[in-house]
Write a protein that binds this ligand. Structure first.
Ligand SMILES: Cc1ncc(COP(=O)(O)OP(=O)(O)O)c(N)n1
Ligand SMILES: Cc1nc(C(=O)O)sc1CCOP(=O)(O)O
Ligand SMILES: [Mg+2]
Length: 248
């Protein structure tokens, strides 16, 4: 049984820290036009008002191309600009507080979190019902040279955690026709099939090493330099996406 994910899989582009917004917007347009499924807005030094103005334009571009739009660090900014999702690391606030704020605004945001190289954080992420969790840095990253190293075996371990967490929901009891509760549960399963979080790999990923991460079990790979610091962003995006198309 294949369990669907709540968050897309495949290539996950993250914006580089360029000060020239027109250049950045043009680069994002190329990636989105190539079919990029997910884009994260990651700006560390832009004041809130300017970030809102710029991120709103990027959100519209993503909407136009059918690219899911994620805001890094700040769920308030994500809500303000109509993003689809927010990414939260260990310094970006509490997940339950984020969920409560989002619900209080009568809005919906998918939530992704960083797990660095810690399987325990993935276990917490699953318990918190986040929509994706990310391990990194899988390779040395020039953007984050001090990031901890996340070995590739974490992806298989995370898959096992997911299998274990989902198995109690599976309708074993469907076999027992005399148990009416089981029948009701089974009907529930058909009407609302279970879903699972997407597992993301990040850090130093390029066209040359991406396949290792996908083969290790990552559903998605998050890339800054390996996508945006290339001569032909449109073609690089297409080439990354081919790696997922030939996964099986
Ligand atoms: C997809 C994805 N994974 C990990 C991160 C890193 O988040 P964080 O640890 O909060 O570090 P910053 O990116 O905020 O510097 C991410 N942004 N996206
Ligand atoms: C933003 C970020 N977070 C990481 C983590 O390990 O959590 S690595 C990273 C930088 C990713 O950039 P690049 O693809 O250029 O290496
Ligand atoms: Mg962060």
């Amino acid at each position: 049984m294949t369990i669907a994910t709540r968050f897309p899989t495949g290539l996950y582009g993250i914006t580089p820290d360029w000060s020239d917004f027109d250049r950045l917007y043009h680069a994002i347009e190329q990636a989105c036009a190539a079919g990029l499924p997910i884009l994260q807005w990651r700006r560390k030094h832009t004041p809130f008002e300017l970030a809102c103005e710029q991120a709103r334009r990027v959100a519209l571009c993503c909407q136009h191309h059918g690219t899911l739009f994620v805001v890094n660090d700040d769920w308030r900014l994500a809500l303000e600009v109509g993003a689809d999702a927010v990414h939260l690391g260990r310094d970006d606030g509490d997940i339950q507080e984020a969920k409560a704020d989002i619900a209080a605004a009568s809005k919906h945001l998918l939530i992704g979190v960083s797990c660095y190289n810690q399987i325990e954080l993935a276990q917490q992420a699953i318990a918190n019902e986040v929509d994706y969790f990310a391990f990194g840095a899988v390779f040395p990253s020039t953007v984050k040279p001090d990031a901890v190293h996340a070995p590739l075996h974490l992806f298989e371990e995370a898959k096992q955690l997911l299998t274990a967490s989902l198995s109690p929901q599976l309708p074993n009891s469907m076999l027992n026709a005399s148990d009416t509760t089981a029948t009701v549960d089974s009907l529930d399963m058909i009407l609302t099939p279970p879903t699972r979080p997407t597992i993301v790999g990040i850090g130093g990923i390029t066209l040359s090493n991406a396949k290792q991460v996908i083969d290790a079990g990552a559903d998605s790979i998050a890339v800054i330099s390996g996508l945006f610091e290339t001569a032909d962003i449109y073609q690089t995006c297409k080439d990354f996406m081919t790696l997922f198309a030939t996964k099986h």
